[in-house]
Structures are given as structure tokens and as C-alpha cells.
Write a protein that binds this ligand. Structure first.
Ligand code: ADP
Ligand code: MG
Length: 284
């Protein structure tokens, strides 16, 4: 009898994730934020007078030259960095520290190497008090990212693309309302990168979650985003806020779409101009 129960359990598909399609959560407001680092002569501004509103469920990409403050701005939403002026709120609550309502995915796969894949994904639920269902939640997300077979493996045994899928699953396992991604596919090869972009869009459309995604790849930004924000050379400000009106679902042939070509030209011109400024600043 017990054997039968276990067998049924084993063959049951993982429970469906709680989808939050068209939720009204995940409203990010960055209001007149300035961020400075260092003291005295070392003091420098990383982000200057920046205001951005991201609507619930919106997918926004942040583009800009290296060192312009993209990560710093994202970290202020994550709660890792405190603004020196202005305020960041998510759903009306001032951000003062990291919290389970905001999931973060970094470029470097930041999985715990001593934990199995299932333990890694279940980590968030365990520390936030949902320990009794952590393994079930982990298995749900393992199914979602197509890595159910790897539950008991360790991160070191997985490819970079697989580790990053686990990173995304781990960020989602707390059911955040905002997913923050800092060049998450930057270390992947071109083929894997495209597959990851497609699967991220699928996850996003299923969950209806707000995504803020930092990249320096214009094609990636235009493929993924509802809106692309371009930042100036340091100290970073938003110098362009472009709507990407290309219909969804998008496939890779959007590269021939008129809007794609038009927006790509604008993005490349602006980023080039800012990159030259950034380069000149480094020479001074
Ligand atoms: P980006 O992600 O656009 O490449 P960053 O946000 O990482 O840029 O950095 C913006 C600026 O802030 C850079 O000049 C960087 O050196 C500085 N910076 C970032 N984090 C810190 C920190 N923790 N302490 C001091 N300076 C920092
Ligand atoms: Mg960065």
C-alpha cells in the first residue's frame, strides 16, 4: 500500500506554480534618486537625479555604457544600496533592505556550491518560514525550468546555462513581485543566451511579474522589453525612455521589424555618444 502511494507521488506531475497573471503588485517607483559612494575626496556620484516608474507586470531593460550606474540603480531597488537622496518604493513601501518581494539574479551564478539544486531553489522558502513546503516549491520550479532530473545534483555538475536557470528558479521560489536581473546572460554563449531569453519571456508571461533587466546588449533589450531605459555616462541619469511596440510573442525574426531597426539605431547612437563621454572621463 505504502509502495503504491509513493509510486503515485512519484509519477504525479509537479503542482502548477501559483500564477499571478495581471497582478497589481510589483509597482516600482524610483523618485528623484541620487546615489553617492565614498567620503571626502573619494566621494563620487554613481546615480544622479533619477526618476523611473515601472508598472506592475512591465518588462523594463536598462541599457548604458559600462560604469554608468546600472547595477547601482538596480541594487537600490533590491535594497542592497541606500539612495543618498530621493526614495525607492515597491507597492508604496519604502525600500530599506532586501526582501522576498524582490528576487535578484546576477551575472555570476551565485548558487551555493555545497547544496543540491533542490536545496538551492528551496533556500528562500526555508529562510522565509515556508520550510515545510520548500522541497515541493523547489520541485515545482525545477519542472518549470526543465531540470527536474537534476534535483539532487550539485551546481558544479551543471553547465553555465543550467546554473543560470537554477538561479532564476531560486529567485522565483519566493514568489517575488519584482524580478531584478543584472546582466544575467552576459556570461553565456550566444546560442544558450537566445534560449534563455526565450524561456525568460515565457516565465514572465506566465507569472505576470515585473522585471527590471540590466544589459549592455541592445538586441537583447529590444527582444525582451516593453520599455528600454538608456542611462548617461557616469553619474548615471535616464536620458531616453523608449517604448518597444513590437507585438508579443516575439520570435528572433523581430530583427527585421521596422520598429526594431528604428529603435536599435537610436539606442546604438545614444550609447555610443555616452560611451565616448565615459571613455573621456577615464582619461581625465
Ligand atoms: P554599471 O553597472 O553601469 O557598469 P555600476 O553601477 O557598477 O555601473 O557603477 C557605477 C559607479 O559607481 C562606478 O563608478 C563604480 O565604480 C561605482 N561604484 C559602484 N558600487 C560601488 C561601491 N560599492 N563603492 C564605491 N563605488 C561604487
Ligand atoms: Mg553592472
Amino acid at each position: 500500500m505504502l509502495k503504491n502511494i509513493i509510486k503515485i507521488g512519484e509519477t504525479m506531475p509537479p503542482p502548477k506554480p501559483r500564477h499571478r497573471v495581471r497582478s497589481d503588485k510589483g509597482h516600482v517607483v524610483i523618485d528623484k534618486v541620487g546615489i553617492t559612494f565614498g567620503k571626502g575626496a573619494q566621494r563620487h556620484a554613481a546615480v544622479e537625479q533619477t526618476s523611473v516608474e515601472v508598472k506592475p507586470g512591465e518588462f523594463v531593460c536598462l541599457l548604458g555604457p559600462s560604469g554608468c550606474g546600472k547595477s547601482t540603480l538596480l541594487n537600490s531597488v533590491a535594497g542592497y544600496v541606500q539612495p543618498s537622496e530621493g526614495v525607492v518604493t515597491v507597492d508604496g513601501v519604502k525600500i530599506e533592505r532586501p526582501g522576498p518581494d524582490r528576487g535578484m539574479v546576477f551575472q555570476q551564478y551565485s548558487l551555493f556550491p555545497w547544496m543540491t539544486i533542490r536545496q538551492n531553489i528551496g533556500f528562500g522558502p526555508r529562510v522565509t518560514g515556508a520550510g515545510s513546503t520548500a522541497d515541493a516549491t523547489a520541485d515545482t520550479f525545477l519542472g518549470l525550468i526543465g531540470l527536474a532530473k537534476f534535483a539532487n545534483r550539485y551546481p558544479g555538475e551543471l553547465s553555465g546555462g543550467m546554473q543560470q536557470r537554477v538561479g532564476i528558479a531560486r529567485a522565483l521560489a519566493n514568489y517575488p513581485s519584482v524580478l531584478l536581473m543584472d546582466e544575467p546572460f552576459g556570461a553565456l554563449d550566444a546560442q544558450t543566451r537566445v534560449m534563455m531569453q526565450e524561456s525568460l519571456l515565457q516565465i514572465w508571461s506566465e507569472f505576470g511579474i515585473t522585471v527590471m533587466f540590466v544589459t549592455h546588449d541592445v538586441d537583447e533589450a529590444l527582444f525582451l522589453a516593453d520599455r528600454v531605459l538608456i542611462m548617461s555616462a557616469s553619474p548615471g541619469r535616464i536620458i531616453a525612455d523608449l517604448t518597444v511596440p513590437i507585438p508579443r510573442p516575439r520570435s528572433l525574426d523581430i530583427a527585421t521589424h521596422d520598429d526594431f531597426i528604428r529603435l536599435k539605431r537610436i539606442c546604438l547612437e545614444k550609447i555610443r555618444a555616452e560611451s565616448i563621454k565615459a571613455f573621456d572621463q577615464q582619461l581625465q
